[in-house]
Design a protein around this ligand. Structure first.
Ligand code: F6P
Length: 539
């Protein structure tokens, strides 16, 4: 047994979970008229209602004790102090410095990095302004109409998600994203764009990622089919920390935008990796995006745990995962604009906390991050919500709802809101056999037919959810929302005593892909029999 699972705070929570197992959430509401107000919090324009969670005040206090016991305060100080929190790579994690205003000092490894961050932002803003104003022209003198980001993982998911989420604020060139080594994605795009008016952003922290490099080389060949080498300088820019690799690809230093090794890929959209977002919405709105995230940083850094949104969401996640037995966590944004947030959050959470080894190198004896998945409401209701309501496994849900729509179809927005609230209410309250019986009787059903119909229509209820509301999906509130989830991930890593900033689990597959490629080229490399057999069929 680990120290964590034997610790007083953990054992007290186990006992609390036992006690609450017999309770129904609807009864918790019946016992406490103030529950909706007492189990909700506001910060940075976001409203978190967690009253539908199976938790009471004592349980909440015990969760806060767990955070204290795991030294959340100390870890938060180390994170914001720019200390080495990524122990396996000996790196700090300074993504908060990327969104700090110029007047704020933020150290990383003992040095205030905010001036360096702002100097790079200025370079980016100056470039972006030229592209948006049409001063930056393609090789034939035409203005840029399309900007394509080639990158994968953290070098793709954040900008892709934000550009789509903020479509109502886009007044720059069209943005496109190519990530997959499956060239179906690139070739489909090439059919729609014009080499004379397309700008390529090659985004890769390492500038060695196989998929990105394959797509980048192909994009370059495509350009050179209609232009000579001098066109590269007009049509290719790079975002990377690996300046030597960028130069080897043929992109000049003045067309390279940098970030730093203390920015993890999945925490990088606030840096030069956000270049497609800047191109799409302009520097001023990008600054609003950073400001929203910075305001959430300040809230996370200073608010007491009991009213701290990221801390509470993290602790409730731990509660559901480690004490109530939830099998996974589902994200249900009731906003078409947030359709790509799940993929971004999957990388954030599962690459950060999908680990079974603690900071000291020991295997853990508790669950770490659950699978995270989901889709926008109302689409998900007609796909997987059946399992959420009546499946044999328990899943927690974050319902995310922008209060104001970007469009003026008020009736449809009202329907969206009604569906969002209805689903979380249904998950909580369920429907008893008695209720079903009365309903069916009123419809004229009787006897055996009535009895046979009842079990299929009963809902157990007590399925936990948060409702997170933001006034609207604008740059400021989107920034705050994303930073909220980043810090939630960090807090959970502290509770589970794992390093959220490395990702060794992705390495083996990358190595083996090289082996398979070598085998395909006729080299004699050791492969397991199954892989050899699969390859045999293809060859
Ligand atoms: O393979 C995982 C990963 O390293 C992610 O952590 C990262 O976001 C992605 O690949 C892309 O890496 P890069 O920006 O170096 O191309």
């Amino acid at each position: 047994m680990s120290k964590l699972t034997q610790s007083p705070a953990w054992l007290a929570l186990q006992a609390k979970a036992e006690e609450l197992r017999a309770q129904r959430v609807v009864h918790l509401f019946a016992q406490d008229a103030d529950r909706p107000a007492r189990f909700s919090r506001d910060a940075v324009g976001l409203h978190l209602d967690f009253s539908k969670q199976k938790i009471d005040q004592q349980g909440l206090d015990l969760l806060v004790n767990l955070a204290d016991q795991q030294d959340l305060k100390g870890w938060r100080d180390r994170l914001f102090g720019g200390d080495i929190v990524n122990n396996t790579e000996a790196r700090a994690a300074g993504h908060m410095a990327l969104r700090a205003p110029a007047s704020v000092a933020m150290p990383v490894n003992g040095e205030n990095v905010v001036p360096t961050v702002h100097a790079e932002l200025e370079r980016l803003y100056s470039f972006v302004t030229k592209v948006r104003k049409g001063e930056w022209r393609g090789y034939s003198g035409k203005r840029i109409t399309d900007v394509v980001n080639i990158g994968i993982g953290g070098s793709d998911l954040g900008p892709r998600m934000a550009c789509f989420a903020l479509a109502a604020f886009v007044d720059g060139p069209r943005t496109h994203f190519v990530s997959n080594v499956d060239a179906a994605q690139l070739t489909a795009l090439l059919r729609k764009i014009d080499p004379e008016t397309t700008l390529w952003i090659i985004t890769s922290k390492t500038f060695t990622t196989q998929e990105t490099m394959a797509n980048a080389h192909e994009a370059r060949r495509w350009l050179l089919r209609s232009a000579d080498e001098s066109a590269i300088a007009k049509h290719f820019v790079a975002v990377s920390t690996a300046h030597a690799e960028v130069a080897r690809f043929g992109i000049a230093a003045e067309n390279t935008f940098g970030f730093w090794e203390w920015v993890g890929g999945r925490y990088s959209l606030w840096s030069a990796v956000g270049l497609p977002i800047m191109v799409a919405i302009g520097p001023e709105r990008f600054r609003n995006f950073l400001d929203g995230a910075h305001a959430m940083d300040e809230h996370f850094r200073t608010a007491p745990s009991i009213s701290n949104l990221p801390v509470l969401m993290a602790l409730l996640g731990v509660w559901n995962n480690n004490f109530l037995g939830c099998s996974s966590h589902c994200l249900a944004p009731y906003s078409q604009r947030l359709v790509h947030i799940t993929a971004w959050l999957q990388q954030l959470e599962m690459e950060s906390n999908g680990k079974h080894i603690d900071r000291q190198g020991h295997a853990v004896d508790y669950a770490t991050t659950p699978a995270l998945w989901g889709d926008v409401g109302t689409n998900g209701q007609h796909a997987f919500f059946q399992m959420l309501h009546q499946g044999t496994t328990l899943h927690s849900v974050d319902f995310i709802l922008p209060v104001k729509a970007e469009h003026d179809l008020a009736d449809q927005h009202r329907m969206l809101i009604a569906n969002c609230f209805a689903q979380s209410a249904a998950m909580m309250r369920g429907k008893t056999a008695e209720e079903v019986r009365e309903e069916l009787k009123a419809k004229g059903l009787q006897g055996d037919a009535l009895e046979a119909a009842i079990p299929h229509r009963v809902f157990a209820g007590d399925r936990p959810s948060n409702t997170l509301m933001l006034s609207t999906v604008d740059p400021y509130h989107l920034g705050a929302l994303l930073a909220l989830y980043e810090h939630r991930t960090f807090v959970q890593s502290v509770i589970w005593n794992i390093n959220p900033f490395d990702q060794w689990g992705v390495e083996l597959g990358k190595q083996l892909a090289q082996h398979v490629l070598m085998a395909m080229a006729g080299k004699d490399v050791p492969l397991d029999p199954s892989t050899r057999s699969l390859l045999g069929r293809i060859l």
